[in-house]
Design a protein around this ligand. Structure first.
Ligand code: MRU
Length: 352
């Protein structure tokens, strides 16, 4: 399995996703500030991977803190969390992970006789547990989602919701892996996913690594392929799912969902419970990250557009729940109306 994120004695080791597929290099983020920079700079990306990296960042910050008592550690802890929380606004997994580390910190701090050493090692254990749980979650998603995919034929995915975007196996790609492991003969079509090219660079790289047949298409080719009958299903990941089932995911997902509806093709969203935000009522309330214009105007250091042209670069869009055929979670497959199916699942997911 591709180790996208690893805890080491010296810091958090991250596979540098800005350099794939041409270079397989690792970055050692040896302070919580470096972990925050790595998240901001897309060295590590994808909602679950962002969450677990941030949790490790919190553990690293506390490990390296020079605080000599709890009174000094508490404000430092809050500062570390706020720096990590300010990295990327859309993927709710980031805030879920920080919240989980904060809850654990509060529990530990409330224990009589707890030492700073005890707090440090318990927070590291919590982050490592989140890492392990994420892989198990992805495998469960894969098992639940696999039967939804065709026994044979093309499956389109957008962006990268794979092993690289998680701690291993992936969400949307986990469903594809689950189907392939169960004997489905799937041809993956990977939208290149302008401007950051997560599909062309990352999805193609990791699926080829596993020997899963993969074809990259430019984003504007999906409609034509659907019309020609080459796509039997679409499966994508999510950065945040609102309480009514609206889905924020990589920019372009909304267009793919509309195309799928027009062509009568099922559109599936695969995401762990940590991506579901019951506090956010609808997609309208999901904050959408705006990324630097240079990601659109340049590629690999080369300018593509006339200097000074206006640019918009929203990193995500929202697909209304009515376009979503099913939401695949580690707890099972949810169908519309999502406001009900999500609410019904919530107590069962109280382990979060
Ligand atoms: O900007 P990115 O690369 O972090 O965006 C990633 C996506 O949109 C993924 O589809 C999503 O996070 C799900 S990852 C399992």
């Amino acid at each position: 399995m591709i180790p996208s994120i690893e805890w080491t004695e010296n810091g958090v080791r991250l596979l540098d996703q800005t350099r794939l597929p041409l270079e397989e290099t690792y970055l050692l983020a040896d302070s919580y500030q470096q972990v925050a920079n790595a998240i901001k700079g897309m060295i590590v990306r994808g909602a679950p991977a962002i969450g677990v990296s941030a949790a490790m960042g919190v553990a690293l910050g506390v490990k390296q803190s020079s605080a000599s008592d709890l009174a000094a550690l508490k404000p430092e802890f809050e500062h570390i969390c706020s720096v990590l929380a300010a990295t990327r606004p859309t993927a709710v997994n980031l805030f879920w992970a920080i919240e989980r580390m904060s809850t654990r910190f509060a529990e530990l701090a409330a224990q009589p006789g707890m030492t700073l050493e005890g707090i440090r090692s318990s927070l590291i254990r919590e982050a490592l547990q989140m890492h392990e749980e994420d892989i198990a979650t992805c495998r469960a998603l894969g098992a639940h989602g696999a039967p939804l995919l065709p026994g044979e034929g093309g499956v389109l995915t957008h962006c990268n919701a794979g092993a690289l975007a998680t701690c291993g196996y992936g969400t949307a790609l986990g469903v594809i892996r689950g189907a392939v492991e169960r004997g489905h003969k799937i041809q993956v079509y990977a939208d290149e996913t302008r401007p950051f090219l997560q599909g062309a660079r990352l999805t193609a790289w990791e699926l080829m690594h596993d020997g899963i047949p993969t074809t990259v298409i430019c984003d504007n080719m999906a409609a034509s392929l659907m019309r020609r009958g080459k796509i039997k299903a679409v499966v994508v990941g999510a950065d945040r799912i609102a309480a009514n089932g609206d889905v924020a995911n990589k920019i372009g997902t909304y267009g793919v969902a509309i195309l799928a509806r027009e062509h009568g093709i099922p559109f599936f969203v695969a995401a762990p419970w940590s991506t579901i935000d019951m506090e956010t009522a609808t997609g309208e309330d999901i904050p959408i990250e705006e990324r630097p214009a240079i990601e659109v105007t340049h590629h690999a250091g080369k300018q593509l557009t006339p200097s000074g042209v206006g640019v918009e670069n929203p990193a995500f869009d929202v697909t209304p729940a009515r376009y979503v055929s099913a939401i695949i979670t580690e707890k099972g497959v949810l169908r519309a109306p999502y406001s009900e199916s999500l609410r019904n699942l919530e107590p069962a997911a109280a382990f979060k």
